[in-house]
Design a protein around this ligand. Structure first.
Ligand SMILES: Cc1cc2nc3c(=O)[nH]c(=O)nc-3n(C[C@H](O)[C@H](O)[C@H](O)COP(=O)(O)OP(=O)(O)OC[C@H]3O[C@@H](n4cnc5c(N)ncnc54)[C@H](O)[C@@H]3O)c2cc1C
Length: 409
C-alpha cells in the first residue's frame, strides 16, 4: 500500500510527514527540481519571498517543531513593529495585538475609539463587504494599520478584500502570544524545506523530483493510475493519492472541483547587503515597499497585492525601493553600513502568489473528492487565508482523511 503525494510544497510535505509517521509507505512526486513550492529557496539560496509567521499560526509552528526547525524562526521585533511613514517621516513602534493598543505609545495613527470599534465590528457576523468600505469613516486608521495588515495577510487590495476574512485574522490575533511575528533567520531552505525533507526521509518517505503529474486516470470513482508522461503508475487497489497542488493545477486534473480562479502577485526585491547583525523587520507606509527584512545574508523588501508593481523591471524596482530602505535604516538607527547607492538587487515576481481573498463566499472543495484521493493545498481551507498555516493544516487534514476514511466529505 503506497500513498502518492503530488506536490512538495508545504501542504504536500505536511501530508507526507503525517502519513510516513503513521507507518504508510509514502512517495512524493514534485514537478520542479526542489521542494517548498511557493515557500522555497532559489538556487542561489535566496528565498523566493519573505515569509513571516505569527504566534497564531499554531499548525505551522507545530510543524516546524516536528521537523526540528522551530529554533531557526526568530522574533525580530519583540518590542513592537517599527513602522516608518515615508510621507511625514514619523517613526513609531506599533502593536499588532488588540491588547497592545491599550498603550498609547503602541497605537497606530488613527486608533481612536471609533476606529477601535470598527475593528471590533469586523469580528461580528454580518454581510461581507470590502475592507475599504468597512473603514470608509476611518481613513487614517485604514492607511496606518488596516491596509498594511490586509495586504500582508490577505494579499488583496483593500477595495476588494473581504472584511469578514480580515475579521477572522484579527480574532486569531487576540489570544496570548498570537501576535508574535517570526521569520526564518537563515532562510526557507535551511529553516523549513531541508529539515522537512530530512524528517520525511527519516520516516522512510521517498522524494521524486522533476516528476510532473500530467493526468489522473479515473475508474469507478477512484484514481486507477497516475500519468507522469513517459511513465504511468498503475495504482494497486489499496494505493492512495494526496493532490497537494496549487488551485490551477488541481483544476486542470479535476475540472469539476470548486477552486479559486483569480490570484494576486507578490514582488520581492532582494538586495545583496551581507552584514552580520540582528534580524530586523520594519514596516513602511506611503512607499512602494511594504516590509523590509534585514538579515545577515541580505535585505529583502516585500510588495504584496503587487498588481501594478509586478511589471517594474529589476532596476526600476530597486531604484525606487532602496531610498525607502535607507530612510527606514536611518529612522530606526540600524547598525552597519548603508550605502547611498542601491547594492546589486534581484526582483522575484510570484504572479500567482495566493488566491485573491475578495468579498463573498470562497470555493469550498471536498477534502476527499474520490474514494482514494484527498485534496491538500493552502486554498482548500476557505475559512483561512491562503498561508503556510493553511497549507500545513490542509496537508494534515488530507492525510487524516486517507488514514481514517469515513464517508466522503
Ligand atoms: C512571495 C510569497 C510570499 C508569501 N508570504 C507568506 C507569509 O509571509 N506567510 C505565510 O504564511 N504565507 C505566505 N505566502 C503563502 C505561502 O507561501 C503559501 O500559502 C504556501 O507555500 C502554499 O503551499 P502549498 O503546498 O499549498 O502550495 P505550493 O507551494 O504551490 O505547492 C505546490 C507544489 O506542487 C508542485 N506542482 C505543481 N504542479 C505539479 C504537478 N502537475 N505534478 C507535481 N508537482 C506539481 C509545485 O511545483 C509546488 O512545489 C507567500 C507566498 C508567496 C509566493
Amino acid at each position: 500500500m503506497t500513498v502518492h503525494v503530488i506536490g512538495a510544497g508545504v501542504a504536500g510535505l505536511a501530508a507526507a510527514l503525517t502519513l510516513a509517521r503513521s507507518g504508510r509507505r509514502v512517495v512524493v512526486h514534485e514537478a520542479s527540481p526542489g521542494a517548498g513550492g511557493r515557500a522555497r529557496a532559489l538556487p542561489d539560496g535566496t528565498d523566493n519571498g519573505t515569509h513571516a509567521l505569527l504566534g497564531a499560526n499554531r499548525a505551522a509552528l507545530a510543524f516546524l517543531r516536528d521537523i526540528g526547525a522551530l529554533e531557526g524562526w526568530v522574533e525580530p521585533e519583540p518590542a513592537g513593529l517599527p513602522v516608518l511613514d515615508l510621507a511625514n517621516h514619523a517613526a513609531r513602534r506599533v502593536a499588532l495585538a488588540p491588547l497592545g493598543w491599550l498603550r498609547p505609545a503602541m497605537r497606530p495613527a488613527g486608533m481612536d475609539a471609533g476606529g477601535f470599534l470598527a475593528l471590533m465590528r469586523l469580528a461580528l457576523p454580518g454581510r461581507d463587504r470590502s475592507v475599504e468600505q468597512a473603514f470608509a469613516r476611518h481613513p487614517v486608521l485604514l492607511r496606518a494599520l488596516v491596509e498594511p495588515l490586509t495586504v500582508a495577510a490577505l494579499n488583496t487590495p483593500v477595495a476588494e478584500a473581504s472584511a469578514s476574512l480580515l475579521g477572522l485574522v484579527l480574532r486569531r490575533l487576540g489570544a496570548p502570544g498570537a501576535a508574535r511575528l517570526l521569520v526564518a533567520r537563515r532562510g526557507l531552505g535551511p529553516d523549513l524545506v531541508a529539515p522537512a525533507l530530512a524528517t520525511i526521509g527519516a520516516h522512510g518517505g521517498a522524494m521524486r523530483f522533476g516528476s510532473r503529474l500530467r493526468g489522473l486516470v479515473r475508474a469507478d470513482g477512484r484514481v486507477a493510475a497516475l500519468d507522469f508522461g513517459e511513465t504511468a503508475q498503475r495504482l494497486a487497489a489499496d494505493d492512495q493519492v494526496v493532490l497537494a497542488l496549487p488551485p490551477w493545477e488541481a483544476l486542470r486534473l479535476l475540472p469539476d472541483i470548486p477552486a479559486p480562479t483569480t490570484h494576486a502577485p507578490i514582488l520581492n526585491v532582494h538586495f545583496a547587503r551581507a552584514e552580520e547583525g540582528d534580524v530586523r523587520f520594519i514596516g513602511l507606509l506611503g512607499g512602494l515597499g511594504q516590509w523590509v527584512l534585514v538579515r545577515p545574508s541580505g535585505v529583502s523588501v516585500t510588495v504584496s497585492a503587487a498588481d501594478d508593481a509586478v511589471s517594474l523591471s529589476d532596476a526600476e524596482a530597486a531604484e525606487r525601493i532602496w531610498p525607502e530602505v535607507l530612510a527606514a535604516a536611518m529612522a530606526f538607527r540600524l547598525p552597519g553600513e548603508w550605502p547611498i547607492r542601491a547594492p546589486a538587487a534581484r526582483a522575484v515576481r510570484e504572479k500567482r502568489a495566493t488566491p485573491r481573498h475578495a468579498v463573498g463566499p470562497r470555493p469550498a472543495p471536498p477534502r476527499r473528492p474520490l474514494a482514494n484521493l484527498a485534496l491538500a493545498g493552502d486554498w482548500t481551507f476557505p475559512a483561512l487565508p491562503a498561508t503556510i498555516d493553511a497549507a500545513v493544516q490542509s496537508g494534515e487534514a488530507a492525510a487524516l482523511a486517507l488514514l481514517h476514511p469515513g464517508p466522503r466529505a
